[in-house]
Ligand binder design. Structure first.
Ligand code: F6R
Length: 237
């Protein structure tokens, strides 16, 4: 299903309510989160809702689609740190309910096994790369991949360097990501994309062929995917 909202803020709020839906579902399984400029405001809305009328966060357990590896604890780019700052601490989640890659010391298979042990992912929220990447599954990633380690393309390092105003060589060079197969095993998938920079990827993912060249196109094969877009991201549909 595709929903198009007039403003990015309306898309973020809709995504936050999808997060709430998963949070209120007490069946076993994890909520999969992503970090980035698109999901950060979604998490802020979730925390705002919690602040206005607190809900029971005791049963909520989360995992993250990816993180950098080989960076010192507390590194400015760390996805785990951002997930803790954006969700774990504000919602008061228990530490053991934050199943995050940085607890696995680069052991991708171990991370995936722990997710399975915790009941799998009931809802995975994803951002979308301008080139169609999901998690750190960049164009060319075989569609059947499990969680794996991945060298980060220079473009990602440059984007991070720009974001944090630091030299690219201080940015991580390797990541750990859930694979496309891992993502496809989630019960539901919610993709959030805003802005004209995502328009071509949105078009190719939704209207183009399913191909490794456009990782998000594989989502056409999942039975329960919700795309939340603003007008700019949906402009080429
Ligand atoms: C981050 C992640 C990435 C981002 C994607 C979009 O955990 O998995 O795939 O979702 O790069 O990033 P933003 O939202 O910053 O445009």
């Amino acid at each position: 299903m595709i929903r198009v909202f007039e403003t990015p803020q309306a898309a973020y709020a809709a995504a936050a309510w999808q997060w709430m839906r998963a949070a209120l579902d007490t069946s076993p399984g994890l909520i999969g989160v992503a970090t980035g400029t698109t999901t950060t405001p979604v998490h802020a809305v979730v925390v705002k809702l919690f602040g206005e009328a607190s809900f029971d966060t005791e049963p909520i357990a989360i995992c993250a689609v990816d993180d950098y590896i080989g960076i010192p604890a507390g590194h400015i780019a760390s996805c785990g740190e951002r997930v803790r700052a954006q969700l774990v601490r504000p919602l008061g989640l228990r530490a053991e309910n934050a199943v995050l890659p940085d607890r696995f010391d680069g052991d991708a298979a171990g991370y995936e096994a722990e997710i399975a042990r915790r009941g799998g992912i009931k809802m995975q929220m994803l951002g979308l790369g301008g080139d169609g990447h999901i998690g750190f599954n960049y164009p060319g990633t075989p569609l059947g991949t499990a969680a794996h380690r991945v060298p980060l393309p220079q473009t990602t390092r440059d984007t991070l360097a720009r974001l944090y105003a630091l030299p690219a060589e201080d940015m991580p060079s390797e990541g750990l990501t859930l694979g496309i197969r891992s993502i496809m095993m989630s019960g539901r998938i919610v993709v959030i994309a805003t802005g004209s920079g995502k328009a071509e990827a949105v078009r190719a993912a939704l209207r183009g062929p399913v191909t490794e060249k456009m990782p998000a196109s594989v989502l056409q094969l999942h039975r329960d995917v919700l795309w939340l877009l603003d007008g700019a991201a949906a402009a080429l549909l």
